[in-house]
Design a binder for this molecule. Structure first.
Ligand code: SF4
Length: 69
């Protein structure tokens, strides 16, 4: 069982499709260029963790990095 995750957006890969912030606005915010940044460095709430994985699955640039533990 996962106790928590670390969430990060790779700024070199993110192209600003904003799918992540649409799916999980509590986890991702957009900067002035429309590129995403993580709001929280770590997540431990199961609902947040689920949303982080959904966002990663929907990122066309594979820019969302999730590290377990
Ligand atoms: S979905 Fe991916 S590419 Fe699009 S804004 Fe989010 S992290 Fe960036």
């Amino acid at each position: 069982m996962t106790s928590g995750i670390t969430l990060r957006v790779d700024p070199d890969k993110c192209q600003g499709h904003a799918r992540c912030s649409a799916l999980a606005p509590e986890l991702f915010q957009l900067d002035e260029f429309g590129n995403a940044r993580e709001r929280l460095g770590t997540c431990s709430e199961p609902d947040q963790i689920d949303k982080a994985y959904v966002a990663r699955a929907n990122c066309p640039e594979e820019a969302i990095i999730i590290t377990e533990g």
